[in-house]
Design a protein. Structure first.
Length: 59
């Protein structure tokens, strides 16, 4: 899983973590993806909507 793959998947539409994992690395670890998303959120590259549970790319 890489930041580029995550950003490419989220550029299309906001996704929940399970749907995002299925798009970029179906056999990957959800915990690994979550840690990557948290690092990306801290860097301001993605955002999380707590009400809908969706991750999206920051435009």
């Amino acid at each position: 899983m890489t930041e580029e793959k995550v950003l490419k998947a989220l550029a299309e539409k906001p996704l929940k973590i399970y749907a995002l994992r299925m798009r970029i690395a179906p056999s990957g670890s959800e915990e690994e993806l979550h840690a990557l998303l948290m690092r990306m959120r801290d860097a301001g590259k993605v955002k999380f909507n707590i009400n809908s549970g969706l991750w999206s790319a920051v435009s």
